[in-house]
Design a protein around this ligand. Structure first.
Ligand SMILES: Cc1cc2nc3c(=O)[nH]c(=O)nc-3n(C[C@H](O)[C@H](O)[C@H](O)COP(=O)(O)OP(=O)(O)OC[C@H]3O[C@@H](n4cnc5c(N)ncnc54)[C@H](O)[C@@H]3O)c2cc1C
Length: 468
């Protein structure tokens, strides 16, 4: 297919994030090019969406498509975690199950049907992106030659493989990463466990078994990347299978599928929008990466539509999207660490020792907090339904903003610390502001604690500036 010479948005990467973004923008009447890297994913062929994903996907309008292209997850879910016993989950509502290759192909077809130009296999040869987001992209289509496309904005949704775009002009930087984690998938027969999905901790990491409902399934080992390098794939898989009590142990006639990076990473870029795993890839333990990718696409589509209407706001809107991605990333880092911490049987094994939570004592109630020098009150952009509007919030030097903690407005809480105060003193004085007077003191206290934890406040007896 010919490369259009201009477009409003050029999307790199046609996984759940990129293909959904292209579909939403095209459906809203924008000209979009979606570049499909044409590299099929081979690790973990089947995925699940948790039942808890449904409300957010419904709110974002994506649920009807997801429901139509996935099936009810009928597998029985269990865990061998924290003890040698099997525990079957009986409480959770069933989620959705899908084969990733077919799911992605369906998303690409939907993007094309909505009017996006889908380019399969073209390669970015060179390009330039200006600070206002305008880009000139030189592409080599599969059939050869060189084509130039001028895009008003670029979105990068190339997943964990974003490294492949390092040489591209997108200035992608890694901001944070978790312990180096690699996923190794085995496929084979195991009739007894075909109707189950099981997570199992072993000294070498943890197994994620996904039955195919018929005669076998796939078992993915999430292991420590450094240990894997020292021990070697065959030896590590052998010891992890020997240690297992669940399906990974009894799996027959296995074939080793591809290995893939599964490290949690957060990245940022200057003038392009990073979306989905390209912006922040979370620990697969959460089983929420695809849900996040879909919701990120919906958020990114809103951001880009607002930027097309108000180009002067592009830098702030781009930053707002990054903050959305990185906020989820931080929450996932915490919850994955807490879940891993429940497994205490293998304290000396490298995988577990490298993931142990550091013992950080919480700040004492007598700690006094003050406003750091790098934080100011400002009229900041915030999402209001389908659009973005300016409202009073906090802004750091690096552009990160905060309007509210849940339903508690951030500025009135932050002002309670103008002269320095403990959390309890601040909450006691909060009734002077009508916006806090109407709230439960416990909610104001919780919001103040979040401000302190996230660096919007600093201990009063230090001279530390704002975080970052
Ligand atoms: C082993 C494993 C199991 C998982 N299981 C689950 C699960 O059960 N449930 C769940 O919700 N999440 C799961 N996840 C997470 C989930 O797969 C990801 O979070 C999700 O795929 C992210 O979507 P994305 O569109 O951001 O990136 P990706 O799905 O990685 O898509 C990126 C796309 O960009 C393309 N691309 C890459 N480089 C280029 C380039 N240079 N040019 C053009 N295109 C390019 C790729 O070919 C790909 O199509 C799992 C992850 C792993 C590693």
């Amino acid at each position: 297919m010919a490369v259009p010479s201009t477009c409003e948005v050029f999307v790199f990467g046609a996984g759940p994030a990129g293909a959904t973004l292209a579909r939403l923008l095209a459906r809203a009447g924008h000209s979009v090019v979606l570049l499909d890297g044409a590299r099929p994913r081979t690790i973990a062929p089947r995925e699940t969406l948790l039942a808890t994903a449904q409300p957010a996907l419904e709110r974002s309008g994506l649920w009807p498509w997801v429901e139509a292209h996935t099936e009810v997850d009928t597998l029985r879910h269990g865990a061998i975690w924290g003890s040698d016993a099997w525990r079957w989950r009986s409480d959770a509502a069933p989620g959705r199950s899908y084969l990733r290759a077919a799911f992605d192909a369906g998303l690409r077809r939907a993007a094309a049907a909505a009017g996006a130009t889908v380019l399969a296999g073209a390669r970015l040869v060179q390009g330039a992106v200006q600070s206002d987001g305008r880009a000139e992209l030189h592409l080599q289509p599969l059939e050869g030659g060189l084509e130039v496309c001028h895009a008003r904005y670029v979105a990068v949704a190339t997943g964990r493989g974003t490294r492949s775009l390092r040489a591209a002009p997108f200035a992608v930087r890694e901001r944070h990463h978790g312990p180096h984690t690699v996923a190794l998938t085995l496929q084979g027969g195991c009739a007894a466990a075909a109707p189950c999905a099981v997570v199992e901790a072993v000294p070498q990491g943890w197994w994620w078994w996904h039955g195919d409902g018929a005669a076998g399934g796939a078992a993915t080992l999430f292991c420590d990347g450094d240990e894997l390098q020292q021990v070697g794939t065959a030896a590590l898989l052998h010891s992890a299978r020997t240690a297992a009590r669940g399906p990974a142990h009894t799996l027959e006639a296995t074939t080793v599928g591809a290995a893939g990076d599964a490290t949690a990473r957060a990245r940022s870029a200057e003038a392009v929008l990073l979306v989905g795993d390209a912006a922040a890839s979370i620990d697969p333990l959460a089983s929420q990466g695809t849900e996040k990718a879909l919701l990120a696409a919906e958020h990114a589509a809103r951001v880009l539509r607002a930027a097309l209407a108000q180009p002067d706001d592009f830098a702030e809107l781009r930053r707002l999207h990054e903050q959305w991605e990185h906020g989820l990333y931080r929450a996932h880092v915490r919850s994955a660490a807490q879940f891993l911490d429940q497994e205490r049987r293998f304290p000396d094994a490298p995988f577990w020792a490298r993931r142990r939570l550091p013992a950080v004592p919480p700040p004492a109630p007598s700690t006094r907090w003050r406003q750091p020098s790098g934080v100011v009150e400002a009229a900041v952009l915030t999402r209001l339904g389908d659009t973005f509007t300016r409202t009073l919030g906090l802004r750091r030097l690096d552009g990160e903003t905060l309007v509210a903690v849940g339903y508690v407005p951030a500025v009135p809480v932050w002002r309670l610390f103008a002269a320095g105060a403990t959390l309890n003193e601040a909450v006691a004085s909060g009734g002077g502001d009508a916006r806090l007077f109407v709230l439960q003191p416990a909610a104001v206290h919780a919001a103040a604690a979040v401000l302190a934890e996230q660096g919007w406040l600093t201990p009063a007896d230090t001279h530390a500036g704002a975080r970052h």
